[in-house]
Ligand binder design. Structure first.
Ligand code: SF4
Length: 116
């Protein structure tokens, strides 16, 4: 490995280690979307997508509906992360700024993430 590449890898490595707790801290500072939040209620948001009322929100019915979760929605932000003291993993969503949604959650705005 050339000296320049070695130095760059060291900087990148130290940077990721240093930023990891910061990223986690940022997520922990965010509030979990409340189920009685006006927007959440209007969109039928549930922390557990399997509990969505499919009569009211038929989009999540059927075999295709069963595959819809926040973690594969195009509005999700970042990778799901554990938040200390909270069960499951959580992630950002552009519909709920400064809040987090459950990776296994769902709402009626769900849109498939574009294939990579
Ligand atoms: S828009 Fe997508 S990521 Fe956000 S709550 Fe709805 S299903 Fe989850």
């Amino acid at each position: 490995m050339k000296r320049r590449n070695f130095i760059l890898s060291c900087i990148a490595g130290v940077g990721s280690i240093a930023l990891a707790p910061l990223k986690s801290w940022a997520l922990e500072k965010k509030e979990i979307v409340a189920l009685d939040d006006t927007t959440a209620k209007a969109l039928g948001y549930a922390h557990d997508a399997t509990k969505v009322d499919i009569v009211k929100f038929p989009k999540r019915a059927g075999e295709a509906g069963k595959t819809q979760f926040c973690n594969n929605c195009s509005f999700a932000q970042g990778e799901p992360q554990v938040i200390e003291g909270k069960e499951g993993k959580w992630m950002g969503c552009t519909l709920f700024p400064n809040k987090v949604v459950a990776e296994k959650g769902w709402c009626n705005t769900w849109t498939a993430k574009p294939a990579k």
